[in-house]
Design a protein around this ligand. Structure first.
Ligand SMILES: NC(=O)c1ccc[n+]([C@@H]2O[C@H](COP(=O)([O-])OP(=O)(O)OC[C@H]3O[C@@H](n4cnc5c(N)ncnc54)[C@H](O)[C@@H]3O)[C@@H](O)[C@H]2O)c1
Length: 452
């Protein structure tokens, strides 16, 4: 950092002119899609929302924070959320009842899809086919095989698809990407990432609204493509605990870590995943594991990722991770990023203490040894005070939504398109598959699915 510049100024300076986000080229040879429907810069973009649950209410706020955008329609399978979302738009949004009716309305330019994961493919592909631009919440897929279908669908349309792993739009992650690109960390060989929680809400055992029953909840609409099951408010409101609707901790939480790792490291996809998963303390409420550990390899780029998570202790907190290089580490925690330079001190004192005395004395008399080593130290890190950046300005969800709206308006490619969304979710799917098979699983880069 230059003298006279404080961290905040440095942060702002370093972000000026930074690429807002990576752009992945659309495949060539795509079939022609419907004619582009450009939005004139002064036009208002009309947005509909499919699934106005907990996350969608945050997205409503992020969308209403954008200029020239209006939420005009909503639909949901629980009446309480429809009413609350209309209230949140100041009464402007209309209830379409069914998602198909919302997609049939030609005046709607773009849709936000924030339904449970088992609905993502059907809702998103139908919206693209209806000519809408789509903001789809993460994880893009419920199964790894859905990924290529998404890629094929976006390759044959000019519509925008942006996946909702918002962290990658944060200024901190852009800064981290610049630092990694600059080579400041030296050779990176290991990334450690975790998501640890120790509460009911952290483990998705959310409160169920007291008015929820068979009259206020449309069970058939919720189930959709999922297997038939008897009416269950637990399944409806705590769907992440069940394999029919979710891939559990891997697809719900690790997907954020993977989006970030792929973005910050500018890499495409892991080659191999080996994982363990256990449900130690949540057998009564969860089909999915409450404790996960996974190792992923990136042989081309020469590094390994270690992912772990538990619902039984909150030590690693909300999505922390550390990128470890020979010259320094980058540590993410919450809204802070810290660079810690490496300055290890050699410590062979205990080894030479076993040598003949004369040889030990001669060892310490050597000026080269004195330069790199102090008697009594053992591999300690000295002078490791680092630089820290804090996230300032809007929340990453507002920034991510801003990127989507910018793409809708200018037709600039999506910052998190189908291929990127597929890879971020495919790693978590490989984690679950490895647990099931009790064996490593491998990626097939040609077919973009698991190697058979
Ligand atoms: N980016 C993030 O940080 C973040 C945070 C939370 C959730 N999410 C994602 O957002 C999505 C929704 O999660 P949530 O926590 O809001 O869940 P939620 O259960 O609170 O909301 C989902 C809503 O979808 C509705 N729904 C179900 N089937 C429907 C259908 N056929 N038509 C219309 N509505 C339907 C449900 O009634 C419910 O209100 C998930 O994919 C989740 O992974 C992302």
């Amino acid at each position: 950092m230059k003298p006279g510049i404080n961290r905040r100024q440095f942060m702002q300076k370093s972000l000026v002119g930074a690429a807002a986000a990576p752009v992945i080229a659309r495949s060539v040879g795509a079939e022609p899609g419907p004619a582009p429907k450009p939005v004139a810069p002064n036009d208002r973009i009309q947005v509909g929302v499919i699934g106005v649950g907990a996350r969608a209410h945050q997205l409503l706020g992020a969308t209403m924070a954008q200029d020239g955008v209006e939420i005009v329609g909503v639909c949901d399978a629980y009446t309480g959320r429809v009413a609350r979302s209309i209230e949140r738009t100041g009464g402007r949004a209309k209830d379409y009842g069914d998602w198909r009716a919302l997609l049939d309305d030609e005046s709607i330019d773009a849709v936000i899809i924030a339904t449970p994961d088992h609905w993502h493919k059907e809702h998103a592909l139908a919206a693209l086919a209806a000519g809408k631009d789509v903001y789809l919440e993460k994880p893009m897929t419920l199964t790894i095989d859905e990924g290529p279908e998404f890629i094929a669908a976006t390759d044959k349309t000019d519509r925008i698809l942006q996946i909702g792993s918002n962290g990658m739009s944060s200024k901190l992650q852009q800064t981290a990407r610049e630092i990694v690109k600059s080579g400041k960390l030296g050779k990176i060989t290991l990334i450690r990432a975790s998501y640890d929680r120790n509460t009911d809400s952290g483990a998705w055992l959310y409160p169920i609204p007291p008015d929820a029953d068979e009259k206020t909840v449309d069970w058939k609409a919720f189930l959709g493509p999922a297997p038939e099951r008897p009416f269950s408010l637990e399944r409806f409101f705590r769907w992440r605990c069940f394999w029919d609707y979710s891939g559990g901790m891997a697809t719900d939480l690790f997907v954020h870590l993977m989006t970030t790792i792929h973005y910050v490291m500018d890499v495409d996809m892991a080659d191999m995943v080996m994982a363990t998963g256990q449900n130690y303390l949540h057998q009564e409420t969860h089909e999915v594991p409450d404790t996960l550990n996974a190792a992923l390899t990136y042989p081309k780029e020469g590094f390994t990722v270690s992912l772990s998570g538990t619902f039984n202790n909150a030590e690693g907190s909300q999505g922390g991770f550390t990128i470890m290089g020979t010259e320094g580490a980058l540590v993410f925690q919450g809204r802070e990023l810290t660079f810690k330079p490496e300055n290890p001190v050699e410590g062979n004192g205990w080894i030479v203490a076993s040598w003949p005395s004369a040889l030990e004395e001669a060892y310490w008399a050597d000026p080269e040894v004195q330069k790199r080593e102090t008697p009594g130290t053992w591999d300690s890190r000295m002078n490791t005070e680092g630089e820290t950046w804090s996230e300032v300005g809007p929340d990453s969800t507002v920034l991510h939504m801003g990127h989507f709206i910018e793409s809708v308006r200018t037709r600039k490619p999506s910052v998190q398109d189908a291929r990127r969304g597929h890879h971020a979710a495919a790693v978590p799917h490989m984690v679950n598959e490895s647990i099931k098979r009790q064996a490593p699983v491998y990626w097939d880069p040609q077919r973009e699915v698991l190697k058979t």
